[in-house]
Every structure is written in C-alpha cells, then in structure tokens.
Design a protein around this ligand. Structure first.
Ligand code: DGY
Length: 420
C-alpha cells in the first residue's frame, strides 16, 4: 500500500469526473466509454460507493431499446474527438455510438453487490441486473452467428483492443474508397507512434459508415457488415459475465433467466474450442466469414482462466505461453508477443500492457489455482504505476507509460487491485 499513490489515484478519478460519469482521460477521450466506466466503478467503490454505482447507472441509462449498451455515450459536445456524435448519427438521446464494447458490466455489478453483503432485494443491483439481462440477450440475438455461444464483433473498436494485429487480415479486405476526408483528433493529443496508423483508421471509419448508412440496423450489420470477427476477448468476457449474472439471477430467484443463462454458459463452454489454435497452444480470435484463425497469442488469450474454460492440457499450454512471454517482457502481460508480426512495444494494442486486461487475467489465474502467476502480474502492474504513473498503457520492455496520462481505469485498478 502506498498512501501517496492512493491519494493520487483518487484525485485522478475526481478530476476526470464530469458529474455522474467519468472520462477515461482529459482531452483524448472526452466522453463516457462503456468498459472504462465499469472498471472505474470498481475504483470509486473503494472510497465512494455511491459514486461507484452512479457511474454504471449513468452508463446503463444510455442502453438502446434493442438491449445494446453503446461503446461511447456523448453526454456533451467536444470537438476534440473524432468520430463525434454527428459522425455516428445514431439519433439517440443522449447521443451514443452505434456499436458496443466488452460486456464486463454484469461482473462489476456482482462485485459491488457482494462487497455490500449479497442482499437479494438490493435495488441498485436489481435495476442493473435487468439492464445486463437485456444486454446479454442482445449479444445472443445479434452476435452469435455460428450458434456456438461465442461473440462476433462488427467493429474492431468493440473489442476495446482497437489495433490488435488480430484484425489485420480482416481489415485489409475493407474497401476505403468511399471514406472521404476527415481529421483525426487522437494524434493531436498523444504521439502518433502510440496510436493506430492512418491506413487502419480509414478502415475503422469505413466500417462505421456501413453501420450509419444502414441506420444502425443490427441485423443487417451482423449479417452483411464488412467486419465479422469472433473475438476471443469478448467471448471469454461474456462467458464470465453470464456466470456472474447467473449468481445474481439465482439470488433474486429469477428461475427463467437462470435457466436461460445455464444453457448459454454450456453452449459457450463447448463452443470455445473452436477458437483453440493447437499450433500456438492458445485461444485465438477467428474470422466469422473465412474461419481463419489469427494464430496470435495476445493478452486476451489468457482470459480463458477468467472465463473458466480449458482442459488441464490446454491450461498447461497457456501457462507455457505465459512463460514464453517472460523471455522478452520485463513486465507482464503484454498485449502481443514480442516477435509477432507488427509487434511494437509502444503502439497501443500491439504490445503495450493494459492493466484492466491484466486484472482479469490475474483474477482468472488465481481462481484456477495459479496464485504465483496472479501475484506476479499484480506486482508487475503495481511496479508500472510506481515507475511511470497512471498512464493509459505501458511498455512491457521499459515500463514507460504510453497513450494518455492520468487515466481513469489505471487509477481504478490501483485502488481496487494492484495497489492494495
Ligand atoms: C478511440 O477513439 O481510440 C477509441 O478507442 C474508440 O473506442
């Protein structure tokens, strides 16, 4: 425990608080982001429980009628960000983007509720429970094209791991001829060497335009959109979230939802092997159209422990992959293995460490009996903050911070996990 860093982390959350929601960091991300807010709630809950609940209540109040919880909620205007609400043009109030993000909300709701003694009548838990049921049904309805309980993403931004090399082959097929001109804002806030490249951004915009041009029709986007990837990260996160939601359903006595979730969990447990790549010994994202495996070990591959999937043999191979990472990384867990194509220890999700993923990986490892690895990841994460401060991400080689400074979810991870 380090009292100075505790105070600093609390200060960052307070400073990034815009009244009921928190921006990930000043300047670069001036709105409310979906999975950022879920993790931020865990941080707030350490010193202001009311504000912790409020963070995710504000997020869920932007849920669409079809059940989707959007990836960005534009509570106010800010021309320092592209693409802003006018580009998404979803017509929602409050304005939102038209895609979603990792479904970690139910897991956070369970955690906050358990910290308060597991009262099944807890009104705040019950309201968020209902929002999560609706959101998970949306995933099952629109994002399971193979019917195997895995999650298809229709934009790389949905994964949260925006420029991971896992998407390169699918993105390369995207036609950018109609994109037109636009001005990126991200590279005005942070060093361009830490952000996605221009030709990648054009593809991100082209995918967005497909959604906008079909009026954000989620059926059309899922069936005919230009980007259809089964994401290992979201598949693992949704499986975990379904398990956590089941605990809430049982506590409440909602037998119908409990049955539904039990079936979904069994389906996903069986389906997950479709992502297993025996050559690399890890779960890897796979294209829903071409069925090609990325063949890349990323930090998301290790979420298998968090999701509670894998045979003993698969776990042994995953631990071997973790062991291999320590040969090139001074800190765990890099977002991409050094030596992989396009690895770059400073460029966003092509190498840098992201503490929220490290947190989920470490939780899973501890739950599956690998306390030594869990503790090592926790210690490395704390060392990164002690060395460099509360950055968006960190180099696995030097520990230097990359991306935006004074980052909300990094502060939250200090308070709720690695600084404890
Ligand atoms: C960005 O703008 O880089 C965000 O990650 C999109 O969600």
């Amino acid at each position: 425990m380090n009292k100075d860093l505790d105070c600093r982390a609390q200060e960052i959350l307070r400073r990034n608080d815009r009244g009921g929601y928190t921006v990930p960091t000043h300047g670069l991300y001036p709105f409310q982001w979906n999975w950022d807010s879920a993790f931020v709630a865990l941080g707030f809950a350490e010193f202001d429980r009311e504000r912790g609940w409020q963070e995710i209540e504000t997020l869920s109040s932007a849920q669409w009628d079809d059940g989707m919880i959007p990836h960005i909620v534009f509570h106010q205007d800010d021309d320092g960000y592209f693409p802003g609400p006018g580009v998404w043009a979803t017509g929602k109030t409050p304005a939102t983007s038209g895609i979603t993000q990792p479904p970690v909300l139910a897991s956070v709701v369970r955690q906050l509720w358990e910290q308060e003694g597991t009262d099944p009548t807890h009104p705040r838990m019950r309201k968020l429970y209902a929002a999560c049921v609706k959101s998970h049904r949306w995933f099952h309805r629109f994002r399971d094209p193979l019917g195997n309980g895995l999650v298809m993403v229709t934009h790389n931004w949905e994964t949260g791991r925006d420029n991971s090399s896992e998407w390169d082959a699918a993105l390369a097929r995207i036609d950018t001829s109609g994109v037109g001109t636009y001005t990126r804002r991200d590279t005005g806030h942070v060093d361009a060497a830490m952000r996605p490249k221009q030709h990648e951004y054009d593809r991100y915009v082209a995918i967005l335009q497909f959604g906008r041009d079909c009026g954000w029709d989620h059926r059309e986007i899922a069936d005919n959109g230009p980007f259809r990837m089964i994401d290992v990260g979201m598949s693992m996160e949704l499986l975990r979230a379904n398990r956590d939601l089941l605990v809430l359903a049982e506590a409440i006595g909602d037998a119908r939802v409990a049955d539904e979730l039990t079936n979904r969990i069994a389906l996903s447990e069986q389906g997950m092997d479709w992502l297993w790549n025996d050559e690399v010994g890890a779960y890897c994202s796979r294209d829903a159209t071409t069925h090609e495996s990325s063949g890349l070990v990323t930090n998301a591959s290790f979420l298998a422990f968090y999701a509670g999937v894998g045979s003993r043999q698969q776990h042994t191979r995953l631990i071997a992959a973790l062991e291999r990472l320590t040969a090139s990384a001074a800190f765990l867990v890099p977002s991409l293995e050094a030596g992989s194509r396009e690895y770059d220890h400073r460029r966003y999700w092509r190498g840098p460490i992201w503490l929220v993923v490290s947190y989920m990986v470490a939780r899973g490892l501890a739950e599956q009996g690998h306390q030594d690895w869990a503790e090592r990841i926790r210690r490395d994460s704390a060392r990164l903050i002690e060395k460099s401060g509360f950055f968006e991400s960190f180099s696995p080689e030097t520990g230097e911070g990359s991306g935006g400074p004074d980052f909300s979810w990094t502060a939250a991870m200090w308070l709720a996990w690695c600084g404890k």
